[in-house]
Design a protein around this ligand. Structure first.
Ligand code: UGA
Length: 441
């Protein structure tokens, strides 16, 4: 019989809410805590504050099992054994560095509720050195609690599956007996994925913290690498999608994360590589990460190139043109619009005089709040009607599946810009569309 553990999850955003529901699904007794009363009320009522496939069902079944509850009061952590820190570390305004105020506030309010034998487990993405600093705080508070670092690798859109069946687990542990005690507790929490064969890497704090930012830096590098190749393809008439297929067949390279297009956005990759550069600078290792500045630049250049291409296909100007933007989320199967390349391009085109209408299957409400000056449509049909130009900027399945003939009936001019290399050029061209994409002839 597996042992059930009492678990606190502090911070019920994307990461925390999914983690809390998944921990309950694994059989633990879980309390989710957040300072945001509205979010807690929603979660307690079984409603997801964000769009994430599989999450609403899991939330509801975990609540129904009686193993999951939510609170705004940190005192609800008292008596639990394992306390996960899942609060956000956003980019600081006007700087590259991560803002640690939520981590620090969560830690300070947790400290008085810790007891001997408790384990605090950091999951947030943090500058290397944070775990050691927080471990000192736990020590100084004198409760006898321990701290471990256990970075999270879930992808939005696959958050539930990635949490229940992770590619790997990483534990950053203190040295000596304390490390052994912490490992035993984490093994208890993750008994199910471990017995399913999930690889485990046990390391020190700094290595565990670095694994997370190194992984995201590598993913960002892969995307910017293929987007740099797309720039060269554009200069030569070559096709970056074929190039990606061909190099991806080499298993040392692999095809995944080689989709050229508008580049990466979201709440993680862009801010993580910037925070990593900032931290490396503080550590005197900035030269080691100088390449990440280029990764960031290549990524941002794609957005400018997209607008240039729009101008090009519209005969030199987009002033007064009706432009339909399909997609607002930073990627499909998400309503997250943080640092969304699609919205950035939409806003640039509007600034340059186009009349832009944005639509998205899930992200319109979030987009409207963050970019109130853009115009929105509730459906693809409404967005494309009368358009002089259509852009696919987030590759939702419904845009991939769109019928060129049917869409063609609605638009004023059959011009399609595929910002994600998501459509079949031959199919659109056969229906009389001018089809252009990034990195493709
Ligand atoms: C990313 C990582 O993939 C997760 O492993 C990590 O846990 C997470 O950040 C995090 O740090 O929390 P996520 O931000 O959900 O996950 O999104 P990704 O699937 O990585 O996509 C990021 C961006 O890259 C999207 O804008 C996507 O459109 C773009 N992308 C991805 C490409 O442009 N090309 C590709 O080939 C792949």
């Amino acid at each position: 019989m597996r042992r059930m553990t009492t678990v606190t999850v502090i911070g019920c955003g994307y990461l925390g809410a999914v983690h809390a529901a998944c921990m309950a699904a694994l059989g633990h007794d879980v309390t989710g805590i957040d300072v945001d009363e509205r979010k807690i009320a929603q979660l307690a009522a079984g409603q997801s504050p964000f769009f994430e496939p599989e999450f609403p069902e899991l939330l509801q079944s975990s609540l129904a099992s009686g193993r999951l509850r939510f609170s705004t009061d940190m005192a609800a952590a008292a008596g639990n054994r394992v306390h996960f820190l899942c609060v956000g570390t956003p980019q600081r305004k006007g700087e590259y560095a991560a803002d640690m105020k939520f981590v620090d506030a969560a830690m300070q309010s947790l400290l008085p509720h810790l007891s001997d034998g408790d384990l605090v487990v950091g999951k947030s993405t943090v500058p290397v050195g944070t775990a050691a600093r927080l471990a000192d705080l736990v020590d100084e508070a004198g409760s006898g609690a321990l701290l471990a670092w256990n970075p999270e690798f879930l992808r939005e859109g696959f958050a539930v599956q990635d949490t229940l069946h992770p590619d790997r687990l990483v534990y950053g542990l203190p040295a000596g007996d304390a490390g052994k005690t912490a490992k035993d507790l984490l093994d208890e929490v993750y008994a199910t994925p471990l017995s399913d064969g999930t690889p485990l890497v046990v390391a020190d704090y700094a290595t565990a913290e670095l694994v997370k930012v190194a992984a995201n830096s590598f993913l960002a590098t892969k995307i910017s690498f293929i987007n740099a190749m797309a720039e060269v393809c554009e200069a030569t008439g070559a096709d970056v999608t074929l190039l990606a297929d061909a190099i991806g067949h080499d298993t040392r390279i692999g095809r995944r994360f080689l989709n050229a297009g508008l580049g990466f956005g979201g709440g993680c990759l862009p801010k993580d590589i910037r925070a990593f550069m900032a931290r490396a600078g503080e550590l005197g290792a900035d030269q080691a990460l100088a390449f990440l500045r280029e990764i960031d630049s290549i990524n941002l250049r794609r957005r400018v190139r997209m607008v240039d291409l729009a101008r090009e296909v519209c005969g030199g100007t987009i002033v007064g043109k009706r432009v339909a933007v399909l997609g607002a989320a930073f990627k499909p199967n998400s309503d997250d619009i943080r640092d969304s390349p699609a919205l950035n391009v939409a806003a640039q085109m509007q600034l340059q005089g186009a009349s832009v209408v944005v639509t998205d299957p899930e992200a319109v409400d979030n987009a409207r709040r963050a970019w109130p000056d853009l115009a929105y449509a509730d459906s693809m049909t409404e967005a494309v009607t009368g358009a002089d130009l259509v852009l696919v900027l987030t590759e939702w399945q419904e845009y991939r599946d769109a019928d060129p003939e049917a869409v063609g009936e609605l638009v004023a001019a059959r011009r399609m810009l595929d910002g994600r290399n998501a459509l079949d050029p031959a199919r659109w061209r056969a229906a009389g569309w001018t089809y252009r994409a990034l990195g493709r002839p």
